[in-house]
Ligand binder design. Structure first.
Ligand code: ATP
Ligand code: MG
Length: 356
């Protein structure tokens, strides 16, 4: 029996509510399957912890997380705690310290999920975004010169290392080979005359190692347009930190909204734990009402099963989500229903049991 140790950080707002359903579903899926088991350990970190302790996580938090196979995160953020603190002191710190340089966001429009596009453009929305997650525009490099003076200048520098650029592009090609799909690179070499020229060059070089994979290249502005007008042309997509951040929010809107958008932060070498999370925030406006949609959290749990090599279980979770969307009887208010968070979790569990 495989045993996977998972660190759970429910976080703030709706984080704990959706994570509870995710864990319920993971436990049931593992139990029904019988080949594997989870060992969950909870960490009470986040903004409430910050308000009491002046920090988002324990001083030795990273050390404590190190020995786990994965981290399952709800959401962090709270009115009264500046976003840059909650983000940098927890989420970005974990991503950085554990070298989770791949951000994977599946953008798949399931049957029954709402999509704002006209009917003929909704066909085959099934993209896998591979976003660079460790450097690029979000490297934190820059300068602030002549502060407050008339000649004030602010620099924000994109950092694209050969190692960082090659490894993310290579990861995308490996995924494309595994899935039998094409790879699209999204950049902006006509305007970003250092970083994106380099990105395109590395993409070109790495693509030569994978002659069997069909490749495409788009400028980011054109890609944004095509995602709306003709999304089916994108399969595996690889792009930089900033572009990936923006385009995956477009993707979330295409594939059912924030309540359905999942993400994984992967350290492919498995030297450190990878982290799985619904990509939505803590949503204080609907917290503690029991109406948050848990499907994004459940979808990210499905990604965790994939990561552990149990793709068949991951797939069964997705099938269950799709079934619930098609039925339309048990859905949270964001999807037009009136079910509670736990009713949706229970319905997914029931679906897994029925299918088993
Ligand atoms: P952050 O600042 O971390 O992005 P946020 O509060 O802005 O947090 P978002 O994830 O950006 O949260 O979500 C914006 C809005 O979308 C929320 O305020 C909420 O109304 C809605 N929303 C987000 N996630 C869910 C969910 N799981 N279920 C239902 N509604 C959601
Ligand atoms: Mg937000």
């Amino acid at each position: 029996m495989d045993i996977f140790k998972v660190a759970v950080i429910p976080g703030d707002g709706i984080g704990p509510e959706v994570i509870e359903e995710g864990i319920k579903v993971m436990k049931k899926a593992a139990e029904l399957d019988g080949r594997m088991q989870f060992e969950f350990t909870y960490f009470p970190w986040g903004c409430e912890y910050y308000l009491e302790n002046g920090k988002m996580m324990a001083d030795d938090g990273i050390e404590q997380l190190k020995s786990f196979d994965a981290i399952y995160l709800g959401a962090v953020g709270f009115p009264g705690v500046p976003d840059h603190i909650s983000l940098w002191d927890l989420l970005l710190r974990i991503r950085k310290d554990f070298d989770q340089y791949v951000n994977i966001r599946p953008i798949t429009l399931l049957n029954g999920a709402p999509c704002p596009l006209v009917e003929e453009n909704k066909e085959n929305i099934d993209m896998l975004f591979i976003r660079e997650n460790s450097e690029g525009e979000y490297a934190g490099a820059g300068d602030w010169l002549f502060k407050g003076k008339p000649e004030e200048v602010v620099l924000q520098t994109g950092v694209f290392s050969r190692k960082g650029t090659e490894r993310i592009i290579r990861y995308a090609f490996e995924e494309a080979v595994r899935l039998g799909k094409s790879v699209t690179s999204i950049s902006k070499a006509n305007a970003l005359n250092y970083s994106m020229v380099f990105w395109d060059q590395v993409f070109e070089e790495v693509s030569k190692e994978y002659p069997q994979v069909k490749t495409y290249s788009y400028l980011v502005d054109a890609a944004a347009m095509h995602m709306i007008k003709d999304p089916k042309r994108f399969e595996v997509v690889v792009t930089s930190n900033l572009f990936g951040d923006i385009l995956t929010d477009i993707g979330a809107a295409l594939a059912g909204g924030m309540g359905l958008a999942a993400g994984a932060n992967i350290n492919p070498e498995k030297v450190y734990p990878s982290m799985f999370e619904p990509i939505h925030g803590s949503a204080p406006d609907i917290a503690k009402q029991g109406i948050a949609n848990p499907l994004a959290a459940i979808w990210s749990a499905s990604q965790m099963f994939d990561f552990f090599g149990y793709e068949d279980i991951g797939e069964s979770l997705l099938t269950a989500i799709e079934k619930v969307m098609e039925e339309k009887t048990v859905m949270t208010p964001d999807l037009g229903g009136n079910a509670t968070t736990s009713e949706v979790g229970d319905r997914i569990v029931k679906q897994l049991e029925e299918k088993h």
